[in-house]
Ligand binder design. Sequence first.
Ligand SMILES: Cc1ncc(COP(=O)(O)OP(=O)(O)O)c(N)n1
Ligand SMILES: Cc1ncsc1CCOP(=O)(O)O
Ligand SMILES: [Mg+2]
Length: 218
Amino acid sequence: MNAPPRNMLPRGPYLLCDDTVLPDVPLVDKAARLVAGGARVVQLRMKRTPPRAALAAAREVTALCRRAGALCLLNDRVDLALLAGADGVHVGDEDLPPEAARELLGPGRLVGVTVRGLEGARAARDAGADYVGVGPLFATMTKQVGAPVLGLESFAEVVKGSPLPVVGIGGVKLWNIGKVAATGAHGAAVVSDALLAGDISERVRQLVAAFEQGGAGD
Ligand SMILES: Cc1ncc(COP(=O)(O)OP(=O)(O)O)c(N)n1
Ligand SMILES: Cc1ncsc1CCOP(=O)(O)O
Ligand SMILES: [Mg+2]
């Protein structure tokens, strides 16, 4: 596989390696299964991992992704991204603001920002973000989000008008990822559909193929 440039978000499925889903499996094992299936971008999302274990996981998962030619972004934690030499961060309303993330990370790493619509996407662009995560796209059990479900139609409007590449998140599954790709979205973030599949790597392969087909207009 050709390694993507380290400061550009690859198109396609965007896989979250999450400690709240399938919590008994070590994060590094989950990440290994995701990249074995062809994940080109992995976001390490640690909501319940204690700090020292989180640093170790950030370092291991970053190294593993690099060996596999995938990008590794840290959810929330700019400090861990810097310490681990990760490719960037994803921040939302409850995290450091994107300007601060950019100030710490410099121009060569990715900063993704959660937004709910076009106004947020424009503000994220002005704050120096590289892409926006937009959701919840569909209903999700993985996170309680204090914002209404967008649905495909409103999501497509955001994709159309956004000055930054858009990654949809929330309830993205194998059966609907093609529809997300068909909106022109740059990416589709997936948590439970991949991590709770019987064979995580095989599910990632299927998600990659379905995104490609949907994006090609099939
Ligand atoms: C790609 C992507 N988009 C949105 C989010 C949500 O981030 P945030 O709003 O900060 O919520 P938490 O993930 O921190 O609970 C995301 N993680 N990734
Ligand atoms: C972190 C996050 N932010 C908005 S929805 C979500 C979780 C999405 O999880 P799933 O893919 O399992 O619906
Ligand atoms: Mg966050």
